[in-house]
Design a protein around this ligand. Sequence first.
Ligand code: GLA
Length: 390
Amino acid sequence: MIKALLNDVKETFAERFKKEPLLIFSPGRINIIGEHTDYNDGFVFPAAVDMGVVAAIHKSDTTYCTAIALDFDSTIVFELDKIKPSKEGSWENYVLGVVAEIQKQGKVLGNFNIVLKGNIPEGAGMSSSAALENSVTLGLNELFQLGFSKEEMIFISQKAEHNYVGVKCGIMDQYASMFGIKDHALHLDCRTIKAKPYHIDFKDHRLVLINTNVKHSLSTSAYNDRRAACELVSKVLGIVALRDASGADLEQIRDKVSEENYQKALYIVQETGRTIQAAKAIENNDLETLGQLIYQSHEGLSKQYKVSCEELDFLVDRAKENPNVIGARMMGGGFGGCTINLVTRTSVEAFVKSVSAAYAKKFNKDCSVYHVALSDGTHIIDRTIAKQLQ
Ligand code: GLA
């Protein structure tokens, strides 16, 4: 899947900068279950995929840096001693934010040129942002021998998103993108930042992604509001994060918080529990239970946490009607993007066909279907491999 990206990025780099760059692939992710639990110190179950961002990067002899995003047909030029956020919602903040966060750590960067291209549609809920941030972080770490560990790099990427992009995200996306392992999903404890890899082979079933192709406005502020609500309830409970709460604890303070916030906190407590149960279900090869947990996760995200939307609910409802889909839910931050579906292997084609037709009829636009492979995390593309891929 990355071959086309690689060729485009290399070609542009050669044309513009006449040098052989360092090439990096940084993947997006799926998440089997455990949504909005990461910033509550809970568990998540993501995996890196074979869709993401390719970056070509090299030192520059100029007195400024140049960054080119082929997806947006956009180029920026900036000076390292004058880094500040660019306009809200622009791709530039992902690059500038990483540079700023590295500088905050007291590390000295030299001028550089970078060309970027990705194949994850924006707003798909597959973490194109973390893929982009990690590609820049790893590229700069390598180029200027900054000596950051992978764990340090993911926190640089996350802080870039907090401070330059404005999304107060958790650590799931950056972790999954950086630490992904081929054919594995990562059961990550977001408090200790330690993950247990699970080999994923669902045999008679497949994971299928369906993109609503919608990204509702206000998703950034709504995301930050959810986080603030969780922090508020934690404060009332006198705990560090909702990971430490039980349903009984919440019941005790129910009259001290709004009903909406109670429901949101309850969702987090339940989803944390579901994510632990999901790992057990996978260990036991019990896909029926896993599927049920995935459906319950969607129900909570939609009714209690209120981060779904009409299009996502529609896709999950169609999945529920189909006996060959044993689990389906919205994936990622919400308010649009993809559903993840656990489907009987031999029924994938028929399901995709019928759900696509129903979606087009209802919303007068198409959904997109992705079949992804679970892949390794952010890495340098070996020059010989890059040549073979040409
Ligand atoms: C976004 C954020 C993640 C996580 C998910 C929801 O992808 O970047 O940190 O909170 O939403 O699970």
